[in-house]
Ligand binder design. Structure first.
Ligand code: SF4
Length: 422
């Protein structure tokens, strides 16, 4: 950060977006910064009858995967296994194997009677994810999994080791109906919602890989490791699959052996701003972290960048984010991918800071996300100085701001690209 530039930005902030003391050169420099408009590259965005990007909330393919133990709340699992003619207490044994030992292999379940064991396990823990491909970084601390679901749909998850935590980025839908012009996942629209068990199984399979020593990087201590943090930033808009998402979250936080025993605070649910669902989430009394993928503070740009903005505007999404903080005490994350000459202008940093501060202090932090440089594409990285200036302006407005790590990009782009390439 340049001290000189920081003081200049502070000055500007007082005058909102333009300060009378700005030099003529400053004004000219800012005015000549081009405005690149969002557009799909190499594919055509589906449009509705009014010519706007089509939004798809209902899933076209309604065939659901076989029912799995993880689709049921703990209290209902006894009845589920009893359908198979075994006593209800077997549900607890099966839950222990699945949620604590991360296995669906009958050969590991010697506490179950040998007779009928294979059939019982096939009924209660049917295979949900078939591993199609796995990519990893050179030192193995990041693994990207591509999974095939029972109906052939492809989804992915990314497992990342950080000092003191292991994070899994999970998918919540096959495809996505939000039609963002920059996103590989949205190109083919929404295939279907994932079931709760399909969401959970991504974690169980990642835990299995960790237990087998397949995740590289430096391990801390000798105790067994498992996924500690979940981010719903894989394929899909999680809040568009609300009920199954919430069931999966409840199973994640349920104590062992009936759930994964994770901390709600370590679960981040991201959204492009489905306001009614954000309001519903605030009333759940499960203090997950909410991340709002904002990417623009002005409706003029956001309408094009995030088509769902045509339903719920920037101010409505920010109001819902603040209400989430008020209800849960959990600081909200604002995700902001910095895209060269599209959304990285200094005035946008100022406007974002102002809109956040207008709603109070201490309730939010901003994560600018650096893109990969993509020569010739409009979806390319902001320059270093522009990135720095954007962050400086937010910080000088008093907004905690952390440039996000983009682990996993080196092995295959952003969310959805592995599935799109297959
Ligand atoms: S960016 Fe997210 S919400 Fe938008 S289409 Fe892609 S997966 Fe869906």
């Amino acid at each position: 950060m340049h001290a000189g530039s920081l003081s200049r930005y502070r000055y500007r902030r007082k005058g909102c977006f333009r300060d009378p003391h700005d030099s003529f050169e400053d004004t000219v420099a800012e005015n000549i910064r081009p405005q690149v408009r969002p557009a799909a590259e190499g594919w055509e965005q589906a449009k509705d009858e009014t010519g706007r990007p089509r939004l798809q909330f209902a899933e076209p393919r309604r065939t659901q995967p076989p029912k799995h133990l993880a689709d049921f709340a703990a209290a209902a699992r006894g009845e589920f296994v009893a359908q198979h003619g075994v006593p209800a207490f077997r549900a607890k044994q099966l839950s222990t194997h699945y949620f604590s030992h991360f296995t669906s292999d009958p050969a590991d379940m010697t506490d179950l009677p040998a007779q009928g064991r294979d059939e019982l396990v096939a009924h209660a823990l049917p295979p949900l994810l078939t591993e199609v491909k796995r990519l990893h970084t050179d030192n193995g601390d990041t693994i990207k999994f591509l999974w095939r679901l029972f109906d052939g749909a492809l989804v992915e998850s990314v497992l990342m080791r950080y000092p003191g935590r292991i994070t899994l980025c999970v998918s919540s839908q096959a495809g996505c109906g939000m039609n963002c012009p920059f996103c590989a996942t949205g190109q083919a629209g929404l295939t279907r919602n994932m079931s709760s068990a399909e969401i959970i199984d991504q974690i169980v399979r990642a835990n299995q890989a960790i237990a087998r020593g397949e995740l590289g990087g430096k391990k801390v201590g000798n105790s067994p490791e498992r996924v500690s943090n979940i981010v719903f930033m894989g394929m899909g808009e999680p809040l568009a699959n609300y009920n199954r998402l919430m069931h999966a979250v409840r199973t994640m936080v349920a104590p062992a052996p009936m759930g994964l025993g994770m901390s709600a605070r370590n679960i981040t649910v991201s959204t492009v701003g489905l306001v009614p669902a954000m309001q519903k989430l605030a009333a759940e009394e499960i203090p997950v972290t909410l991340a709002l993928s904002l990417h623009a503070p002005d409706d003029g740009l956001r309408d094009e960048l995030i088509p769902v903005n045509s339903r719920w505007k920037v101010d409505e999404a920010l109001d819902a984010a603040k209400a989430y903080f008020d209800a849960t005490g959990r600081r909200v994350s604002i995700e902001y991918a910095l895209i060269k000459d599209m959304n990285d202008h200094a005035w946008r940093a100022d406007l974002l800071g102002k809109k956040l501060n207008d709603r109070g202090r201490g309730w939010v932090h901003v994560n600018p996300i650096p893109l990969n440089p993509t020569p010739g594409s409009i979806w390319t990285a902001s320059t270093g100085p522009v990135t720095r200036e954007f962050i400086d302006r937010l910080e000088s407005a008093g907004i905690p701001t952390t440039l996000r790590d983009t682990r996993g990009k080196e092995i295959d782009g952003a969310c959805g690209q592995l599935a799109a390439a297959d």
